[in-house]
Design a protein. Structure first.
Length: 351
C-alpha cells in the first residue's frame, strides 16, 4: 500500500510532506477506532521480542531515531505503528528555527536523504511538558498483554547554535535537568554535522568533561537515567578507540552508532543534489554504520550496549546490525522510504 502512494509523496518538498503526513497521522488517530486499527495492522507483540537493555524493558528492539519527532508530538502515533521505543529531539535549551530552507533533500536513486536541519525545535520546556502529558494519558501496558512493557522514550539533547563550545556543557545540563523526570534515557548528541563546531565536542578531552559532568548530575538523583553517546560514522578507528575508553571511564550506559555522514562516496544521484551540504543518511550509510557497530563491539569486548542506526531499509539490514553487536536498532530514512510496514517485517523476521 505504502509503495503505491510513496511516488505521490515524493513529488513534494521533503520537509513539507513530512509536516503534512505527521499532521494527518495525528488527526486520524483522534477519530474513534483509528488508533486501535493502526495497532491491529502494524504492531506485533510477542514476549520473544522483548528486550532488557541498560536496565530498561523494551517491548521490541525497533525504535524511531531522533530527528523524526523533534518536538515530542508523535509518541503515541509511533507506538501505534509498532515501534518499541521513540527518541525525541534533538532538543536544545532555547527554541531555535534551525537552518534556512530548503534544508532536506531526497536522493531517490541512492535511497538516501541529506539534511541540514540545524536542531530546529521548540525548546526543552515545551518538549518536556508534551512528554509529561503523554505519560499521564498513555496506558503503561498493552491492550493485548497486560505485562507488556510501556513505550520507552529517549531524550536526545544538544546545544543551541549560538552557544560557544566552551559553554556547551551548560546547555546539555539544562536539557538533562528539565527532561530527567519524563524520559527513560538520554542521548548526548555531539555528532550532528549541521551545528557549526558541534563535532569538535567529540574530541577526547571535551567529550570526557561533558559526559563526566552529566554522570555526576545523574548520580545525585535517587533514580539515575541511562546516558548514551551518539557518534558520527566518520570517526577513525583511533577515535573509536577513544570513544570506547571514554564510555568505560565515564560509566555511561552505551553508544548509538551512527549519526549521519558528511561523506559522499559512491552516490549515483545527480551532482546538484549530492553536493548539498548536510548529513547523509539512508542506504549509503548501511555498510559503514555496521562496521562501526562491529568494531566497537569487538574492541570493547561487548562492554556496553550499542543501538544501531543507519541505512536500515529491510529486515536483513536490521538483523545484520544486531548480529554485528547492536542490542537495539533505530529507523529514520528507511522508515520514510519503506513505510510503517518495515517495523512489523523486522519483528516478524526476528521471531
Amino acid at each position: 500500500m505504502y509503495k503505491l502512494i510513496r511516488p505521490l509523496f515524493f513529488q513534494f518538498d521533503p520537509e513539507k510532506i513530512h509536516h503534512f503526513v505527521t499532521t494527518s497521522l495525528k488527526s486520524f488517530n483522534r477519530f474513534p477506532g483509528v488508533a486501535k486499527l493502526s495497532r491491529t495492522v502494524f504492531t506485533l507483540e510477542n514476549p520473544s521480542l522483548e528486550r532488557e537493555v541498560f536496565g530498561l524493558k523494551f517491548k521490541n528492539p525497533i525504535g524511531l531515531a531522533a530527528g523524526f519527532d523533534k518536538n515530542g508530538e508523535l509518541m503515541g502515533e509511533m507506538a501505534n505503528l509498532g515501534f518499541g521505543f521513540v527518541e525525541v529531539g534533538t532538543v536544545t535549551p532555547l527554541p531555535q528555527p534551525g537552518n534556512p530552507k530548503p534544508r532536506m533533500f531526497r536522493l531517490k536513486e541512492d535511497g538516501a536523504l541529506i539534511n541540514r536541519m540545524g536542531f530546529n525545535n521548540l525548546g526543552v520546556d515545551v518538549v518536556a511538558e508534551r512528554i509529561r502529558r503523554y505519560r499521564q494519558s498513555a496506558p503503561r501496558t498493552s491492550n493485548l498483554k497486560p505485562q507488556t512493557p510501556h513505550l520507552v522514550i529517549g531524550g536526545n539533547i544538544g546545544k543551541n547554535k549560538n552557544t560557544p563550545n566552551e559553554d556547551a556543557v551548560s546547555d546539555y545540563v539544562k536539557c538533562f535537568d528539565r527532561l530527567f523526570d519524563v524520559v527513560d534515557y538520554f542521548v548526548v548528541n555531539v555528532s550532528s554535522p549541521n551545528t557549526p563546531g558541534l563535532r569538535e565536542l567529540q574530541e577526547k578531552e571535551p567529550l570526557k568533561k561533558l559526559l563526566q559532568t552529566l554522570q555526576q548530575r545523574n548520580r545525585k538523583n535517587d533514580v539515575s537515567r541511562p546516558i548514551l553517546l551518539k557518534i558520527a560514522p566518520d570517526l577513525t578507528n583511533e577515535q573509536l578507540d577513544d570513544i570506547t575508553e571514554i564510555v568505560k571511564e565515564s560509566g555511561i550506559a552505551g553508544v548509538i552508532a551512527t549519526n549521519t555522514t558528511i561523506g559522499r562516496e559512491g552516490l549515483i544521484s545527480p551532482q546538484k543534489i549530492k553536493n548539498e551540504t548536510g548529513g547523509l543518511s539512508g542506504k549509503p550509510l548501511t555498510k559503514r554504520s555496521t562496521e562501526v557497530i562491529r568494531y566497537l563491539s569487538e574492541k570493547s569486548g561487548k562492554a556496553f550496549p550499542i543501538i544501531g542506526v543507519g541505512g536500515i531499509h529491510s529486515a536483513a539490514d536490521a538483523l545484520e546490525k544486531l548480529e554485528a553487536g547492536a542490542s537495539l536498532v533505530q529507523l529514520y530514512t528507511g522508515f520514510i522510504y519503506e513505510g510503517p510496514g518495515l517495523i512489523k517485517r523486522i519483528n516478524q523476521r526476528l521471531l
